[in-house]
Each structure stands twice: as structure tokens, then as C-alpha cells.
Write a protein that binds this ligand. Structure first.
Ligand code: FES
Length: 109
């Protein structure tokens, strides 16, 4: 059975008010908005294709900002819009992992 969406990308948008580091401090919202826009512009949005979702803390804060692509379970970090563009074009469109943006396996909270 095929899944409803081919891929999901979840962006942690968690905001902490206690001074601890969080993805929202790294402009995660802007990255999420940009990703959503680019996925739509590329014609990748919708059933059978890609869904861009907000998430709370994904528990890998030390690598933040983070986003994870499923079903591939590929964890990304990013700095600017060009990084998001590359994830959209390479991974979400063509299924190729952007290795330079992958969060190292030992990075946790
Ligand atoms: S605050 Fe983003 S992963 Fe925890």
C-alpha cells in the first residue's frame, strides 16, 4: 500500500522562554515558511507528494535548528534559505540526501 504522502518534512519550531537554546532562536519559522513556499512553487505539495509540517521539540536541540524527513528518517540542520532550497531540490524532489546538512548521529538534546 502506498502512503498518502511520499514524504513529510517536520520543522522544529519550538520556542523556549527559559533561556535554553531552541530552534525558534535560529529562525526556524522563516525556514519553515520558505520551505513551504518552495515546495508549493516546485509543484511538490499534495497527496502522493510532499507535506511540510510544523513540529514541537524533536529532542535534538543541540543540532538545531533541525528538520527531519520521513520516511527516510534523515535529520537536517540549516543556516539559510539556500540550504532549504537544496533540501527541497535534492531530497524532496529527487530523493538525494544533502549529506553536508545532515545532523551527526551523536547529536541529541
Ligand atoms: S528545540 Fe528544536 S529539537 Fe528541541
Amino acid at each position: 500500500m502506498s502512503s498518502y504522502f511520499e514524504r513529510h518534512i517536520f520543522f522544529c519550531l519550538n520556542q523556549r522562554d527559559n533561556g535554553e537554546s531552541c530552534c525558534a532562536d535560529h529562525d526556524a519559522q522563516a525556514a519553515f515558511d520558505h520551505c513551504k513556499k518552495q515546495v508549493k512553487a516546485a509543484g511538490l505539495a499534495g497527496p502522493g507528494k510532499v507535506r511540510v509540517n510544523k513540529a514541537g521539540c524533536l529532542d535534538r536541540c543541540a543540532g538545531g535548528p533541525v528538520a527531519v524527513v520521513y520516511p527516510d528518517a534523515t535529520w537536517y540542520t540549516f543556516v539559510d534559505r539556500s540550504d532549504i532550497d537544496e533540501i527541497v531540490e535534492s531530497h524532496l524532489k529527487n530523493g538525494q540526501i544533502v549529506e553536508r546538512l545532515v545532523v551527526p548521529a551523536d547529536v541529541g538534546r
